[in-house]
Design a protein around this ligand. Structure first.
Ligand code: AMP
Ligand code: MG
Length: 337
């Protein structure tokens, strides 16, 4: 199969629509990362998405809709505070998990009675979703466990020959995946941190909890995707705590002495300390760090054998999401959080 990258025009949108209506897969841009889109109502299309990504079958998908879509078609109960969250943040990088009407393919939520729904802000994503006027499941358009894509070329690298069309909407400005927030209870619960922070949600609703799975209780994990190793570049990765800068430098020197090509990923403020190595600079602000993280992880796998990373100093707000992704990228085994 030939994989084409096309700018978003009326021609490419109608081609995308034809592919979707025939059960196919189209990659689309969003403001967070690129997604691998398929018709959420079509069981075979959803199955194909799991197959093409190599995604574990117990990791549910998010349904994406345009801002004018009638949500009552796919969700059952909509608490008043969820409406307040939509008004405050949507369209935008916030996914809300509602009780499902069961109209989408049962594969979407992997047997859960809930459905995660997102209304992306990206103009190209909105145009595509309006064109098809269907709920579109769109997991990040990377092979399972690889780094999420923030450009059409990243998608091409993972899916050349496997999907027919990538809609090119430029580089994703957000850079990390949406915040996933459960709205099925009395109080919203953040299941996956992201660009909309727990504090921002609490400021609108009055309260917001953060979910951390308790593995001692053997409960079914509320957001199964949080179980898996994710986002990893195809080079060795080592993560040092913020205060372990000196240890990180010694590690770089030792690896280089073994003949390894070493690169360092860190915030701008400490980059000078690694002047003898290639430094991939995350930037200085939380938005810069979120925006650059994945593209730098993809760059790292092309230029080095070993990527040495030092955790940025800031740990609050958007950095909760950035650190969550960074830690998962730099872990060598499937981790339990
Ligand atoms: P991705 O599509 O790769 O961005 O991953 C989707 C994320 O949303 C994963 O962490 C899933 O666990 C989470 N998710 C999707 N559907 C649900 C749901 N019904 N309940 C809880 N989490 C969900
Ligand atoms: Mg993903």
């Amino acid at each position: 199969m030939k994989t084409e990258i096309k700018p978003i025009t009326s021609d490419s949108l109608s081609e995308a629509k034809t592919i979707i209506l025939n059960g196919g897969v189209v990659a689309m841009p969003t403001e967070t990362v690129y997604g691998l889109g398929g018709n959420a109502l079509d069981d075979e299309a959803v199955k194909r998405i799991f197959e093409v990504k190599g995604r574990p079958s117990d990791n549910p998908l998010i349904a994406h809709v345009h801002s004018g879509y009638d949500l009552t078609k796919i969700i059952d109960y909509d608490p008043p505070y969820a409406k307040a969250l939509r008004e405050a943040f949507l369209p935008g990088p916030l996914t809300l998990v509602y009780p499902s009407t069961g109209k989408v393919s049962p594969r979407v939520s992997c047997g859960l009675q809930t459905l995660a729904v997102r209304i992306p802000a990206h103009a190209g994503a909105q145009a595509f979703l309006k064109e098809v006027d269907l709920p579109i499941v769109a997991p990040s358009a990377n092979l399972s466990k690889h780094v999420s894509p923030t450009s059409a070329m990243h998608v091409f690298e993972d899916f050349e020959g496997k999907i027919p069309l990538i809609l090119d909407g430029g580089e994703s400005i957000g850079g990390i995946e949406s915040t996933v927030c459960d709205v099925t209870g009395d109080v919203p619960v953040v299941l996956r941190p992201g660009l909309i922070t727990r504090e921002q949600i609490a400021a609108v609703v009055g309260d917001c909890k953060e979910y951390t799975p308790d593995f001692t209780k053997k409960e079914r994990v509320k957001s199964p995707g949080v179980l898996y190793k994710h986002y990893s570049p195809r080079c060795a990765t080592v993560l040092f705590a913020t205060e372990e800068r000196d240890k990180a430098l010694s590690y770089c020197i030792a690896e280089q002495a073994k003949g390894k090509t070493v690169a360092v990923l860190c915030e701008d403020g400490i980059a000078d300390g690694f002047a003898d190595f290639t430094v991939l600079r995350l930037g200085g602000t939380e938005t810069e760090m979120a925006n650059r993280l994945y593209s730098l992880l993809r760059e790292a796998e092309k230029i080095c054998d070993v990527l040495v990373t030092v955790e940025p100093r800031a740990k609050e707000g958007v950095m909760v999401g950035v650190l969550n992704r960074l830690r998962k990228a730099c872990t060598s085994v499937d981790i339990q959080h």
